[in-house]
Design a protein. Structure first.
Length: 489
Protein backbone atom coordinates (compact mmCIF):
# COMPACT_ATOMS: atom_id res chain seq x y z
CA UNK A 1 0.00 0.00 0.00
CA UNK A 2 2.84 2.35 0.91
CA UNK A 3 4.61 1.66 -2.38
CA UNK A 4 1.37 2.40 -4.27
CA UNK A 5 1.05 5.75 -2.46
CA UNK A 6 4.64 6.66 -3.38
CA UNK A 7 4.03 5.83 -7.03
CA UNK A 8 0.83 7.91 -7.01
CA UNK A 9 2.65 10.80 -5.32
CA UNK A 10 5.49 10.91 -7.85
CA UNK A 11 3.04 10.45 -10.72
CA UNK A 12 1.10 13.53 -9.57
CA UNK A 13 4.34 15.48 -9.10
CA UNK A 14 5.44 14.49 -12.61
CA UNK A 15 2.13 15.60 -14.10
CA UNK A 16 2.41 18.95 -12.31
CA UNK A 17 5.95 19.37 -13.66
CA UNK A 18 4.77 18.57 -17.17
CA UNK A 19 1.93 21.10 -16.81
CA UNK A 20 4.26 23.83 -15.50
CA UNK A 21 6.89 23.29 -18.19
CA UNK A 22 4.21 23.05 -20.89
CA UNK A 23 2.65 26.39 -19.86
CA UNK A 24 6.00 28.17 -19.73
CA UNK A 25 7.31 26.66 -22.96
CA UNK A 26 4.09 27.35 -24.85
CA UNK A 27 4.19 31.04 -23.93
CA UNK A 28 7.96 31.26 -24.53
CA UNK A 29 7.52 29.98 -28.08
CA UNK A 30 4.55 32.22 -28.90
CA UNK A 31 5.79 35.39 -27.18
CA UNK A 32 8.12 36.44 -29.99
CA UNK A 33 8.06 40.23 -29.55
CA UNK A 34 9.43 42.72 -27.03
CA UNK A 35 7.19 45.11 -25.16
CA UNK A 36 8.16 48.71 -24.37
CA UNK A 37 10.00 47.96 -21.10
CA UNK A 38 11.98 45.14 -22.70
CA UNK A 39 12.92 47.42 -25.60
CA UNK A 40 14.15 50.05 -23.15
CA UNK A 41 16.34 47.47 -21.42
CA UNK A 42 17.82 46.31 -24.73
CA UNK A 43 18.40 49.87 -25.97
CA UNK A 44 20.21 50.61 -22.71
CA UNK A 45 22.82 47.91 -23.46
CA UNK A 46 23.27 48.27 -27.24
CA UNK A 47 26.17 50.75 -27.18
CA UNK A 48 27.84 49.40 -24.04
CA UNK A 49 30.57 46.81 -23.63
CA UNK A 50 30.43 43.89 -21.20
CA UNK A 51 32.05 45.75 -18.31
CA UNK A 52 29.61 48.66 -18.64
CA UNK A 53 26.84 46.26 -17.62
CA UNK A 54 28.00 46.98 -14.06
CA UNK A 55 27.26 50.70 -14.50
CA UNK A 56 23.89 52.54 -14.63
CA UNK A 57 21.87 51.56 -17.70
CA UNK A 58 19.85 54.73 -18.24
CA UNK A 59 16.46 54.81 -20.01
CA UNK A 60 14.75 54.43 -16.59
CA UNK A 61 16.09 50.86 -16.43
CA UNK A 62 17.82 48.97 -13.66
CA UNK A 63 18.81 45.31 -13.60
CA UNK A 64 21.42 43.22 -11.76
CA UNK A 65 24.86 43.39 -13.42
CA UNK A 66 25.35 39.62 -13.72
CA UNK A 67 21.93 39.24 -15.36
CA UNK A 68 22.83 42.04 -17.78
CA UNK A 69 26.30 40.57 -18.44
CA UNK A 70 24.88 37.22 -19.62
CA UNK A 71 22.09 39.01 -21.50
CA UNK A 72 24.66 41.15 -23.31
CA UNK A 73 26.52 37.99 -24.35
CA UNK A 74 23.26 36.44 -25.58
CA UNK A 75 22.42 39.62 -27.48
CA UNK A 76 25.78 39.92 -29.20
CA UNK A 77 25.73 36.26 -30.23
CA UNK A 78 22.13 36.29 -31.49
CA UNK A 79 21.71 39.80 -32.87
CA UNK A 80 19.33 40.56 -29.98
CA UNK A 81 16.79 38.01 -31.18
CA UNK A 82 13.66 37.77 -29.05
CA UNK A 83 14.01 34.06 -28.23
CA UNK A 84 17.67 34.45 -27.20
CA UNK A 85 17.05 37.46 -24.94
CA UNK A 86 14.09 35.75 -23.23
CA UNK A 87 16.00 32.49 -22.75
CA UNK A 88 17.59 33.40 -19.39
CA UNK A 89 14.20 34.30 -17.82
CA UNK A 90 12.73 31.10 -19.33
CA UNK A 91 15.48 28.85 -17.92
CA UNK A 92 15.25 30.71 -14.59
CA UNK A 93 11.52 29.95 -14.49
CA UNK A 94 12.07 26.23 -15.11
CA UNK A 95 14.94 26.06 -12.60
CA UNK A 96 12.88 27.90 -9.95
CA UNK A 97 10.14 25.32 -10.43
CA UNK A 98 12.59 22.46 -9.79
CA UNK A 99 14.31 24.03 -6.75
CA UNK A 100 10.92 24.94 -5.26
CA UNK A 101 9.96 21.26 -5.37
CA UNK A 102 13.21 20.25 -3.61
CA UNK A 103 12.57 22.84 -0.92
CA UNK A 104 8.92 21.82 -0.39
CA UNK A 105 9.88 18.14 -0.20
CA UNK A 106 12.34 18.89 2.61
CA UNK A 107 10.25 21.45 4.45
CA UNK A 108 6.74 20.01 4.53
CA UNK A 109 5.86 16.89 6.49
CA UNK A 110 2.85 15.97 4.33
CA UNK A 111 3.04 15.02 0.67
CA UNK A 112 -0.32 16.72 0.13
CA UNK A 113 1.26 20.07 1.10
CA UNK A 114 4.03 19.54 -1.48
CA UNK A 115 1.47 18.74 -4.19
CA UNK A 116 -0.65 21.83 -3.44
CA UNK A 117 2.38 24.17 -3.31
CA UNK A 118 3.84 22.81 -6.50
CA UNK A 119 0.51 23.06 -8.31
CA UNK A 120 0.03 26.68 -7.25
CA UNK A 121 3.58 27.42 -8.43
CA UNK A 122 2.97 25.66 -11.75
CA UNK A 123 -0.15 27.65 -12.68
CA UNK A 124 0.81 31.03 -11.21
CA UNK A 125 0.18 33.58 -13.96
CA UNK A 126 3.08 35.88 -13.11
CA UNK A 127 5.64 33.06 -12.81
CA UNK A 128 4.61 31.89 -16.28
CA UNK A 129 4.45 35.38 -17.78
CA UNK A 130 7.79 36.65 -16.45
CA UNK A 131 9.46 33.41 -17.55
CA UNK A 132 9.00 34.75 -21.08
CA UNK A 133 9.75 38.45 -20.51
CA UNK A 134 13.21 39.91 -20.91
CA UNK A 135 13.47 41.30 -17.39
CA UNK A 136 15.11 40.04 -14.20
CA UNK A 137 11.97 39.12 -12.25
CA UNK A 138 11.99 35.41 -13.11
CA UNK A 139 15.63 35.25 -11.95
CA UNK A 140 14.61 37.07 -8.74
CA UNK A 141 12.18 34.25 -7.95
CA UNK A 142 14.86 31.65 -8.67
CA UNK A 143 17.43 33.28 -6.37
CA UNK A 144 14.80 33.76 -3.67
CA UNK A 145 14.14 30.01 -3.66
CA UNK A 146 17.86 29.19 -3.80
CA UNK A 147 18.35 31.36 -0.70
CA UNK A 148 15.44 29.57 0.99
CA UNK A 149 16.90 26.19 0.15
CA UNK A 150 20.54 26.74 1.14
CA UNK A 151 20.99 29.64 3.61
CA UNK A 152 19.03 28.27 6.62
CA UNK A 153 21.32 25.21 6.58
CA UNK A 154 24.47 27.28 7.10
CA UNK A 155 25.81 27.97 10.60
CA UNK A 156 28.42 30.72 10.32
CA UNK A 157 30.05 29.84 13.65
CA UNK A 158 30.79 26.27 12.50
CA UNK A 159 32.45 27.19 9.19
CA UNK A 160 36.12 26.60 8.46
CA UNK A 161 38.25 29.42 7.03
CA UNK A 162 37.98 27.99 3.50
CA UNK A 163 34.19 27.71 3.68
CA UNK A 164 33.99 31.18 5.20
CA UNK A 165 35.80 32.65 2.18
CA UNK A 166 33.53 30.78 -0.22
CA UNK A 167 30.44 31.99 1.67
CA UNK A 168 31.73 35.57 1.60
CA UNK A 169 32.19 35.43 -2.18
CA UNK A 170 28.71 33.90 -2.67
CA UNK A 171 27.08 36.59 -0.52
CA UNK A 172 28.81 39.33 -2.55
CA UNK A 173 27.73 37.71 -5.82
CA UNK A 174 24.08 37.13 -4.89
CA UNK A 175 22.85 40.77 -5.02
CA UNK A 176 24.73 41.22 -8.31
CA UNK A 177 22.59 38.38 -9.69
CA UNK A 178 19.36 39.43 -7.99
CA UNK A 179 19.01 42.54 -5.82
CA UNK A 180 16.25 41.10 -3.53
CA UNK A 181 18.81 38.46 -2.48
CA UNK A 182 20.22 41.15 -0.17
CA UNK A 183 17.02 40.92 1.90
CA UNK A 184 17.50 37.18 2.32
CA UNK A 185 21.13 37.72 3.28
CA UNK A 186 19.92 40.08 6.03
CA UNK A 187 17.47 37.37 7.19
CA UNK A 188 20.34 34.87 7.14
CA UNK A 189 22.50 37.08 9.40
CA UNK A 190 19.60 37.65 11.83
CA UNK A 191 18.88 33.91 11.97
CA UNK A 192 22.52 33.13 12.74
CA UNK A 193 22.62 35.89 15.35
CA UNK A 194 19.72 34.31 17.22
CA UNK A 195 21.27 30.83 16.98
CA UNK A 196 24.74 31.98 18.11
CA UNK A 197 23.93 34.92 20.36
CA UNK A 198 26.50 34.00 23.03
CA UNK A 199 29.12 32.55 20.68
CA UNK A 200 32.11 34.90 20.34
CA UNK A 201 33.45 32.94 17.39
CA UNK A 202 30.27 33.76 15.48
CA UNK A 203 30.81 37.51 15.80
CA UNK A 204 34.44 37.28 14.59
CA UNK A 205 33.47 35.24 11.55
CA UNK A 206 30.43 37.40 10.78
CA UNK A 207 32.60 40.55 10.79
CA UNK A 208 35.01 38.84 8.38
CA UNK A 209 32.09 38.09 6.05
CA UNK A 210 30.36 41.47 6.35
CA UNK A 211 33.39 43.74 5.79
CA UNK A 212 33.96 42.71 2.13
CA UNK A 213 30.19 42.39 1.59
CA UNK A 214 29.43 45.92 2.84
CA UNK A 215 32.40 47.33 0.91
CA UNK A 216 31.27 45.75 -2.38
CA UNK A 217 27.62 46.69 -1.84
CA UNK A 218 28.72 50.26 -1.09
CA UNK A 219 30.52 50.45 -4.43
CA UNK A 220 27.53 48.86 -6.17
CA UNK A 221 25.20 51.42 -4.60
CA UNK A 222 27.36 54.46 -5.40
CA UNK A 223 28.15 53.57 -8.99
CA UNK A 224 24.96 51.75 -10.02
CA UNK A 225 21.91 51.77 -7.75
CA UNK A 226 21.95 55.44 -6.70
CA UNK A 227 22.41 56.89 -10.23
CA UNK A 228 19.77 54.45 -11.55
CA UNK A 229 17.27 55.69 -8.97
CA UNK A 230 17.97 59.32 -9.92
CA UNK A 231 17.42 58.41 -13.58
CA UNK A 232 14.12 56.64 -12.82
CA UNK A 233 12.86 59.49 -10.63
CA UNK A 234 13.70 61.99 -13.38
CA UNK A 235 11.80 60.13 -16.10
CA UNK A 236 9.02 58.55 -13.99
CA UNK A 237 8.69 60.53 -10.72
CA UNK A 238 7.19 58.57 -7.81
CA UNK A 239 6.79 55.51 -10.04
CA UNK A 240 6.99 52.93 -7.21
CA UNK A 241 5.35 54.98 -4.45
CA UNK A 242 2.53 52.45 -4.09
CA UNK A 243 5.11 49.89 -2.99
CA UNK A 244 6.26 51.82 0.07
CA UNK A 245 4.57 51.09 3.39
CA UNK A 246 3.45 54.06 5.44
CA UNK A 247 3.55 52.99 9.08
CA UNK A 248 -0.09 52.16 9.86
CA UNK A 249 -2.24 49.04 10.07
CA UNK A 250 -4.49 50.28 7.26
CA UNK A 251 -1.54 50.85 4.94
CA UNK A 252 -0.08 47.47 5.92
CA UNK A 253 -3.32 45.83 4.81
CA UNK A 254 -3.21 47.90 1.61
CA UNK A 255 0.33 46.89 0.63
CA UNK A 256 -0.21 43.28 1.78
CA UNK A 257 -3.36 42.93 -0.32
CA UNK A 258 -1.66 44.75 -3.22
CA UNK A 259 1.05 42.09 -3.32
CA UNK A 260 -1.33 39.15 -2.83
CA UNK A 261 -3.58 40.45 -5.59
CA UNK A 262 -0.65 40.67 -7.99
CA UNK A 263 1.03 37.43 -6.90
CA UNK A 264 -2.13 35.35 -7.24
CA UNK A 265 -3.67 36.99 -10.31
CA UNK A 266 -6.50 36.43 -11.20
CA UNK A 267 -7.63 36.79 -7.60
CA UNK A 268 -10.95 38.16 -6.39
CA UNK A 269 -10.53 37.00 -2.78
CA UNK A 270 -7.41 38.90 -1.74
CA UNK A 271 -8.50 39.75 1.80
CA UNK A 272 -9.61 36.16 2.39
CA UNK A 273 -6.24 34.91 1.14
CA UNK A 274 -4.55 37.00 3.87
CA UNK A 275 -5.91 34.66 6.55
CA UNK A 276 -3.88 31.50 5.68
CA UNK A 277 -0.76 33.62 4.94
CA UNK A 278 -0.91 35.33 8.34
CA UNK A 279 -1.82 32.04 10.00
CA UNK A 280 1.16 30.36 8.36
CA UNK A 281 3.43 33.24 9.46
CA UNK A 282 2.34 32.69 13.07
CA UNK A 283 3.13 28.97 12.68
CA UNK A 284 6.62 29.96 11.47
CA UNK A 285 7.10 32.11 14.58
CA UNK A 286 6.12 29.38 17.05
CA UNK A 287 7.57 26.39 15.19
CA UNK A 288 9.50 24.13 17.59
CA UNK A 289 10.22 21.32 15.14
CA UNK A 290 13.53 20.46 13.48
CA UNK A 291 12.45 22.83 10.68
CA UNK A 292 12.44 25.82 13.07
CA UNK A 293 15.43 27.54 11.45
CA UNK A 294 13.83 27.39 8.01
CA UNK A 295 10.50 28.62 9.40
CA UNK A 296 12.19 31.57 11.08
CA UNK A 297 14.13 32.31 7.91
CA UNK A 298 10.85 32.53 5.96
CA UNK A 299 9.35 34.80 8.62
CA UNK A 300 12.43 37.06 8.87
CA UNK A 301 12.60 37.38 5.08
CA UNK A 302 9.00 38.62 4.92
CA UNK A 303 9.52 40.99 7.87
CA UNK A 304 12.74 42.45 6.43
CA UNK A 305 11.06 42.95 3.05
CA UNK A 306 8.29 44.98 4.69
CA UNK A 307 10.84 46.86 6.79
CA UNK A 308 12.79 47.92 3.66
CA UNK A 309 9.48 49.04 2.16
CA UNK A 310 8.81 51.13 5.26
CA UNK A 311 12.25 52.76 4.97
CA UNK A 312 11.71 53.46 1.24
CA UNK A 313 14.68 51.22 0.39
CA UNK A 314 12.85 48.62 -1.71
CA UNK A 315 9.25 48.84 -2.96
CA UNK A 316 6.86 45.92 -2.62
CA UNK A 317 4.51 46.33 -5.54
CA UNK A 318 3.83 44.46 -8.73
CA UNK A 319 6.69 42.73 -10.49
CA UNK A 320 9.49 44.05 -8.25
CA UNK A 321 7.81 42.27 -5.31
CA UNK A 322 7.30 39.01 -7.21
CA UNK A 323 10.21 37.37 -5.33
CA UNK A 324 8.01 37.34 -2.19
CA UNK A 325 5.26 35.23 -3.73
CA UNK A 326 6.93 31.82 -3.04
CA UNK A 327 6.98 32.81 0.64
CA UNK A 328 3.27 33.63 0.50
CA UNK A 329 2.52 30.28 -1.14
CA UNK A 330 4.52 28.45 1.53
CA UNK A 331 2.96 30.24 4.48
CA UNK A 332 -0.58 29.86 3.09
CA UNK A 333 -0.11 26.07 2.91
CA UNK A 334 1.53 25.70 6.34
CA UNK A 335 -1.86 25.46 8.12
CA UNK A 336 -2.63 22.49 5.84
CA UNK A 337 0.71 20.86 6.66
CA UNK A 338 0.40 21.31 10.42
CA UNK A 339 -3.28 20.39 10.76
CA UNK A 340 -4.33 17.09 12.34
CA UNK A 341 -8.05 17.69 12.50
CA UNK A 342 -9.99 18.14 10.30
CA UNK A 343 -8.19 15.88 7.84
CA UNK A 344 -5.69 17.50 5.46
CA UNK A 345 -7.99 16.62 2.58
CA UNK A 346 -10.48 19.11 3.99
CA UNK A 347 -7.90 21.90 3.89
CA UNK A 348 -6.83 20.88 0.42
CA UNK A 349 -10.43 21.20 -0.74
CA UNK A 350 -10.65 24.68 0.84
CA UNK A 351 -7.47 25.82 -0.94
CA UNK A 352 -8.61 24.53 -4.32
CA UNK A 353 -12.06 26.09 -3.89
CA UNK A 354 -10.45 29.47 -3.13
CA UNK A 355 -8.32 29.31 -6.24
CA UNK A 356 -11.23 28.05 -8.32
CA UNK A 357 -13.09 31.24 -7.44
CA UNK A 358 -9.96 33.21 -8.32
CA UNK A 359 -10.34 32.31 -11.97
CA UNK A 360 -8.01 29.36 -12.52
CA UNK A 361 -9.58 26.96 -15.00
CA UNK A 362 -8.71 24.83 -18.02
CA UNK A 363 -9.92 27.65 -20.26
CA UNK A 364 -7.77 30.16 -18.35
CA UNK A 365 -4.66 27.98 -18.62
CA UNK A 366 -5.20 27.31 -22.31
CA UNK A 367 -4.48 30.94 -23.20
CA UNK A 368 -0.79 30.41 -22.46
CA UNK A 369 -0.41 28.78 -25.86
CA UNK A 370 -1.30 32.14 -27.42
CA UNK A 371 0.75 35.15 -26.33
CA UNK A 372 -1.81 37.54 -27.88
CA UNK A 373 -4.12 36.70 -24.96
CA UNK A 374 -1.42 37.69 -22.45
CA UNK A 375 0.46 40.48 -24.25
CA UNK A 376 -1.77 42.90 -26.13
CA UNK A 377 0.71 44.56 -28.46
CA UNK A 378 2.29 44.06 -31.91
CA UNK A 379 5.32 46.32 -32.36
CA UNK A 380 7.20 44.12 -34.85
CA UNK A 381 4.52 43.41 -37.46
CA UNK A 382 3.26 47.01 -37.43
CA UNK A 383 6.83 48.26 -37.90
CA UNK A 384 7.20 46.05 -40.98
CA UNK A 385 3.86 47.38 -42.25
CA UNK A 386 5.03 50.96 -41.69
CA UNK A 387 8.36 50.32 -43.41
CA UNK A 388 6.61 48.93 -46.49
CA UNK A 389 4.20 51.85 -46.86
CA UNK A 390 6.23 54.84 -45.65
CA UNK A 391 6.95 57.67 -48.11
CA UNK A 392 10.29 59.26 -47.22
CA UNK A 393 9.43 62.45 -49.13
CA UNK A 394 6.17 63.44 -47.47
CA UNK A 395 5.39 61.32 -44.37
CA UNK A 396 6.04 61.95 -40.68
CA UNK A 397 5.83 59.34 -37.87
CA UNK A 398 4.36 60.12 -34.47
CA UNK A 399 4.37 57.75 -31.52
CA UNK A 400 3.26 58.10 -27.90
CA UNK A 401 5.75 57.90 -25.02
CA UNK A 402 4.98 54.25 -24.24
CA UNK A 403 5.63 53.26 -27.86
CA UNK A 404 8.83 55.21 -28.49
CA UNK A 405 11.21 52.51 -27.21
CA UNK A 406 9.46 49.90 -29.37
CA UNK A 407 9.86 52.23 -32.36
CA UNK A 408 13.56 52.81 -31.72
CA UNK A 409 14.37 49.12 -31.33
CA UNK A 410 12.26 47.67 -34.14
CA UNK A 411 13.08 50.43 -36.64
CA UNK A 412 16.76 49.64 -36.00
CA UNK A 413 16.20 45.89 -36.22
CA UNK A 414 14.40 46.17 -39.57
CA UNK A 415 16.77 48.86 -40.92
CA UNK A 416 14.01 51.44 -41.26
CA UNK A 417 15.75 54.79 -40.92
CA UNK A 418 13.83 58.05 -41.16
CA UNK A 419 14.60 61.40 -39.51
CA UNK A 420 10.94 62.43 -39.50
CA UNK A 421 9.81 60.63 -36.35
CA UNK A 422 8.65 62.41 -33.19
CA UNK A 423 7.40 61.43 -29.77
CA UNK A 424 4.01 63.03 -29.08
CA UNK A 425 4.58 65.78 -26.53
CA UNK A 426 1.22 65.56 -24.75
CA UNK A 427 1.32 67.61 -21.55
CA UNK A 428 -2.02 66.56 -20.05
CA UNK A 429 -3.41 63.06 -20.60
CA UNK A 430 -7.03 64.16 -20.99
CA UNK A 431 -9.20 65.00 -23.97
CA UNK A 432 -8.27 68.68 -23.94
CA UNK A 433 -4.53 67.96 -23.69
CA UNK A 434 -4.61 65.41 -26.52
CA UNK A 435 -6.68 67.70 -28.75
CA UNK A 436 -4.38 70.67 -28.13
CA UNK A 437 -1.35 68.66 -29.21
CA UNK A 438 -3.00 67.17 -32.30
CA UNK A 439 -4.42 70.52 -33.39
CA UNK A 440 -0.90 71.99 -33.22
CA UNK A 441 0.36 69.60 -35.90
CA UNK A 442 1.46 71.13 -39.18
CA UNK A 443 -1.32 71.32 -41.76
CA UNK A 444 -1.21 69.79 -45.26
CA UNK A 445 1.00 67.02 -43.96
CA UNK A 446 0.57 63.23 -43.90
CA UNK A 447 1.19 61.51 -40.56
CA UNK A 448 1.67 57.94 -39.38
CA UNK A 449 0.60 57.15 -35.82
CA UNK A 450 2.57 54.23 -34.36
CA UNK A 451 0.58 53.44 -31.21
CA UNK A 452 1.73 50.18 -29.64
CA UNK A 453 0.97 50.53 -25.97
CA UNK A 454 -0.29 53.06 -23.42
CA UNK A 455 0.68 52.60 -19.77
CA UNK A 456 -1.27 55.59 -18.48
CA UNK A 457 -4.03 54.88 -15.96
CA UNK A 458 -6.33 56.86 -18.24
CA UNK A 459 -5.35 55.84 -21.80
CA UNK A 460 -5.08 58.51 -24.48
CA UNK A 461 -5.82 56.20 -27.44
CA UNK A 462 -9.62 56.76 -27.23
CA UNK A 463 -9.11 60.55 -27.44
CA UNK A 464 -6.85 60.12 -30.49
CA UNK A 465 -9.42 57.93 -32.23
CA UNK A 466 -12.16 60.45 -31.48
CA UNK A 467 -10.09 63.33 -32.88
CA UNK A 468 -9.38 61.32 -36.04
CA UNK A 469 -13.11 60.96 -36.82
CA UNK A 470 -12.97 64.29 -38.66
CA UNK A 471 -9.78 63.49 -40.55
CA UNK A 472 -9.13 61.68 -43.82
CA UNK A 473 -7.81 58.23 -42.90
CA UNK A 474 -5.57 56.90 -45.67
CA UNK A 475 -4.70 53.61 -43.97
CA UNK A 476 -5.49 51.98 -40.65
CA UNK A 477 -4.60 48.67 -39.05
CA UNK A 478 -5.26 47.29 -35.58
CA UNK A 479 -3.41 44.23 -34.32
CA UNK A 480 -4.20 43.12 -30.78
CA UNK A 481 -4.36 46.44 -28.85
CA UNK A 482 -1.84 48.23 -31.09
CA UNK A 483 -2.63 50.63 -33.92
CA UNK A 484 -0.97 51.91 -37.08
CA UNK A 485 -2.88 54.85 -38.58
CA UNK A 486 -2.05 56.97 -41.63
CA UNK A 487 -3.98 60.24 -41.98
CA UNK A 488 -3.96 63.50 -43.84
CA UNK A 489 -4.02 66.63 -41.73
Amino acid sequence: MGNYKNISYYLIISLIFILGIYLRTGLYISNNVFEDDECRLIISMLDKNLWQMFLPLGFAQSAPPVFMLFSKLAGELSGYAEAAMKFIPYISGIAAFAVFFLFCKEYFSKKLSVIICLFLFAVNQNYITYSTVFKQYSADVLFCILCLYFLPKINIAALSTKKLIILSLVLILLPLCSLPSALFIAAFIVLNLISNFKNKEFYKKTVLILIPFVFCMGIYYIFNLAPSKVNLDTIFPNYWDDGFWKLSIIDFIRIFSLNLKFDFTPNNLTLFEMIPVIWGSVICAIDKSEKRKTSLFILFSIMIAFFTSLLHIYPLAGRVGLFLSPLFILTSILPVDKSEFPKPQFWAAIVFIIFAFCGYSVNYLSKYNDSSKIFGYSPASLMLELKGRFNQNKDVVLCNAASSASYVFYSSKYHFDTPDVFEMDIKLADEKGVYEYLESLKKNQNYWLYLIKDYRQKPIFPYIHKWLENKKILYSKQERNSYLIYFEN
